[in-house]
Design a protein around this ligand. Structure first.
Ligand SMILES: [Zn+2]
Length: 214
């Protein structure tokens, strides 16, 4: 597919607790670099021309018959279309089962004192509001567009009994994952600020986003 998006090269650092929403044209690439290691990057993808055609964890897992994401994983949409492919991965595997942290889930898991801590869902909503101020054609992203996400660099092993747990990360400083867009897409990123479990090594740190190919 030929892109109709007008974009510029991207190279930016996203602090822990901050986020980004970037457009990647068909054939373009987006590299996410874990600058300090052990950092979770919660990520959602959308068809840039049809936001309802968004990333589907379930369809992706079913199609590849594996629960972890790595090189070669095709990230499918709710409509069954490939949104992007993981073309490089120096970590080895990424999670798409653990979901994004939120104030509500923090309170349930870790207690009422965590209610006002930063969380990925808050970051997602902030980025949507920023996007909507200049949404192309007036097409806005809303809270209903926040589906189940990818957690790049996050280690959520599945036990032989089918259990899930949040474990210390597999990533390390400078490790990265790179996506190739299979159509014009939007990539929504939250650099996770979670400090109540080991997903960020109890020390959330910055990541770098680098775009190329256009
Ligand atoms: Zn988070």
């Amino acid at each position: 597919m030929t892109s109709t998006l007008q974009t510029t090269a991207l190279d930016t650092v996203v602090q822990a607790g901050d986020g980004a929403l970037v457009a990647v044209p068909a054939g373009g690439r987006l590299r996410i670099v874990d600058l300090h290691g052990n950092q979770a990057v919660d990520t959602l993808l959308y068809d840039a021309h049809d936001y309802a055609n968004r990333y589907s964890a379930m369809d992706t897992v079913r199609a590849q018959a594996k629960v972890y994401l790595t090189t070669g994983s095709r990230l499918l949409s709710t409509g069954g279309d490939p949104l992007a492919t993981i073309v490089e991965d120096t970590v080895g595997r990424h999670d798409t089962l653990g979901g994004a942290c939120a104030k509500e889930s923090n309170v349930v898991r870790y207690g009422d004192h965590t209610r006002h801590q930063p969380a990925c869902r808050t970051t997602f909503l902030r980025q949507l509001a920023r996007w909507n101020r200049c949404a192309p054609g007036g097409f806005e992203l809303t809270v209903r567009d926040l589906g189940h996400n990818i957690n790049f660099f996050m280690n959520v092993p599945v036990t032989v009994e089918g259990g899930l747990s949040f474990e210390d990360g597999l990533s390390a400083p400078g490790k990265y994952v790179e996506l190739r867009a299979e159509r014009d897409i939007l990539v929504l990123v939250s650099n996770c600020p979670q400090v109540n479990n080991p997903c960020n090594g109890y020390d959330p740190t910055p990541v770098r986003l680098i775009g190329s190919g256009w």
